[in-house]
Design a protein around this ligand. Structure first.
Ligand code: AMP
Ligand code: ZN
Length: 460
């Protein structure tokens, strides 16, 4: 599986994180279903000209063909932060890795950086030139889209439909043979900070070629699954297909999966649109960062999901309840899962949900059923652990920090309280209830003459 990764020019937004969560979910789902997964996600650390979100939003033609206009986000960030582009890339790659770890997004098997694979990209471009799929001009090495039958089919476009002038104030490179041709290697831009020698002169690779070159290095072709955000359907992915299939003569990808956007007030969340949040913003509003992960799971990956603080806070509350349930089951099983059995009726439903195009909202509904299910605590616990292999919303180390030593005291206090209640010593018995809640977050419940308890972070 190949996942198009981040451009490391600033901290990722939670919109970006939603698309990386899709990659993580796929890996977890396939592992759950006993597939072996080899996962590659690239790090785009070469700056490229890309339209800003603001520029994109001004376009009246959403089928953008020429993305190689606008600003170089890496160069801009370097100026803004008074760093070199190399420092920018290193700094934001580190932040990216920290952010995904906080969301329980697992590390891929390989995370190749574009700058570490310049040779591979040059080899592939050379190959494309020698096979007649690419040509050199004074501006760049271009992929000749007219030579690749079926170019743009992924997006349902054909060449005639492609618009040329995207914006009046944008310069159109007249050395291109066809409007849709795209850059494989940029030449003659001495002001660009990253430059490498190449057979065509000093320059730097185009954006799309890194994914073709690196996926060829690390994965057998055709790749089973390739992911990215829906914005890659129009340009980036058709270009990857063209490069890879032209170079290898083989099918590039069997299944494309695209994650829908996270929006704010119905508009895509994007950095330059001024409506973007990062994990730092989220941390100020929730008790547990994994609430964001839970929130993402409440929508199907192909559905646009609208972000509001209210819905995030609701997710946070719901997750707290689930964690309390996990702690209760853990304590009542005395920390022992041996002998626990996965509840098969629920597991079957859960499996069906994830097998059905990763339907996480349904999987969460099955989780809700588990929270109400009558079964031995050990069985509830192992079933929850099983589901969490995919969900990834529980920090099990935290659960296992629960002090089993409290069990004795809880039982003693419950016995003592029952004696007091039999003697109608209500205020003393209430004091014990308060004590257990204050000390252990233990809530008592009296039903049919039997007192049970559970962990509850909220006193309701
Ligand atoms: P970038 O770093 O700009 O290349 O974006 C990284 C990934 O995030 C790409 O796969 C984009 O499709 C995706 N992305 C950008 N904005 C959003 C959003 N608002 N919601 C979901 N995914 C997004
Ligand atoms: Zn890509």
């Amino acid at each position: 599986m190949y996942n198009c990764g981040p451009t490391v020019y600033s901290r990722v937004t939670i919109g970006n994180l939603r698309s990386f969560l899709l990659a993580d979910l796929l890996k977890r789902v396939f592992s759950y279903l006993d597939f072996e997964v080899l996962q590659v996600m690239n790090i785009t650390d070469v700056g490229h000209l890309t339209m800003t979100d603001e520029q994109k939003s001004k376009l009246n033609n959403p089928e953008i063909t020429d993305t190689e206009i606008g600003v170089d986000r890496m160069e801009k960030a370097a100026k803004r932060e008074n760093m070199t582009v190399w420092e920018v890339a290193e700094y934001y790659t580190k932040l990216f890795l920290e952010d995904i770890e906080k969301l329980n997004i697992g590390l891929p098997n390989h995370m190749p950086k574009a700058t570490d694979h310049i040779d591979e990209q040059i080899v592939m471009i050379n190959d494309l030139i020698s096979k007649g799929y690419a040509y050199v001009t004074k501006t760049a090495v271009y992929f000749d889209t007219s030579r690749f039958p079926g170019y743009g089919l992924l997006a349902g476009q054909d060449l005639d439909q492609k618009a040329v002038a995207v914006r009046d104030d944008v310069e159109y490179d007249s050395t291109k043979r066809n409007p849709a041709d795209f850059r494989l290697w940029q030449l003659n831009q001495p002001d660009h900070s990253m430059q490498w020698d190449s057979p065509w002169g000093k320059g730097y690779p185009g954006w799309h070629i890194e994914c073709s070159a690196m996926s060829l290095k690390y994965l057998q072709q055709p790749i089973d699954i390739h992911t990215g955000g829906v914005d890659h359907i129009a340009v980036h992915h058709p270009n990857e297909i063209a490069q890879s299939e032209a170079a290898t003569g083989q099918k590039f990808v069997n299944y494309w999966m695209h994650g829908a956007f996270l929006t704010v007030d119905g508009k895509r969340m994007g950095k330059s649109l001024g409506n973007a949040y990062t994990l730092e913003d989220v941390a100020l509003r929730v008790s547990n960062l994994l609430a964001l992960r839970y929130f993402f799971l409440t929508a199907h990956y192909r559905q646009v999901q609208n972000f509001t603080w209210d819905s995030l806070e609701a997710a946070d509350k719901r997750l707290t309840l689930i964690i309390d349930f996990a702690k209760t089951c853990y304590l009542k099983s005395k920390g022992e899962t041996k002998g626990g059995k996965i509840i098969s009726v629920l597991e079957k439903k859960f499996r069906e949900a994830i097998e059905n195009d990763i339907n996480m909202p349904i999987a969460l509904a099955v989780l809700s059923e588990l929270l109400e299910y009558e079964a031995a605590e050990k069985d509830l616990l192992v079933t929850l652990k099983q589901f969490d292999q995919v969900l990834g919303i529980i920090d099990w180390e935290e659960i296992e920090k629960c002090d089993l030593g409290m069990l004795n005291e809880i039982n003693e206090k419950i016995d003592e309280r029952n004696r007091l209640r039999n003697n109608k010593q209500w205020s003393e018995s209430d004091a014990i209830r308060d004590y257990l809640f204050t000390k252990y977050l233990v809530q008592l419940e009296d039903r049919d003459g039997v007192t049970t308890w559970r962990i509850s972070s909220t006193n309701d």
